[in-house]
Design a protein. Structure first.
Length: 153
């Protein structure tokens, strides 16, 4: 009889372990669902706030037009829905500034690669010097010239 009791205890321990595992999985699953739900709710609220600001911007409230620039992802797809001329002006300025900053960043990366390769890397061809600072232009110029000579050969 004592052997049967030991078997029952082992089964009881495995049932306890199973219950613990189920509890852990339920908790983890609940946390994942909660995280996804919070993300969805946040997105819906951002879209509602964007529509609110866009509505007031179209009515002529300039501060709401300025606020619209904070909605990067939503704004890219919905900028046509805003009819205020003030917004059109600041949005074009915003886009051109963003594009300029990207060009500046990429040209700095090309120049760094060119300098590191001592003018032997193909990135020396891609540099547009108008996006570089004056000191950086002076630094990279000899490597660009060296690359041009390598290409001619």
């Amino acid at each position: 009889m004592a052997k049967k009791n030991k078997k029952i205890k082992k089964v009881k321990n495995s049932v306890d372990q199973l219950n613990i595992m189920q509890l852990i999985l339920k908790t983890a699953g609940g946390a994942i669902l909660l995280f996804i739900g919070a993300g969805v709710i946040t997105h819906v609220v951002r879209i509602a706030l964007f529509k609110y600001d866009a509505s007031y911007c179209n009515k002529g409230v300039k501060t709401k037009c300025d606020n619209l620039l904070n909605y990067n992802n939503i704004l890219e797809n919905n900028s046509e829905s805003i009819t205020n001329p003030y917004f059109k002006t600041i949005y074009e300025e915003y886009k051109s500034n963003k594009e300029y900053q990207l060009n500046k960043l990429f040209n700095k990366m090309y120049a760094d690669d060119c300098i590191q390769s001592m003018g032997e890397n193909i990135s020396c061809r891609n540099i547009e010097k108008e996006f570089l600072d004056d000191d950086f232009k002076k630094l990279v110029q000899p490597f660009i010239e060296k690359h041009k000579k390598l290409i001619e050969k």
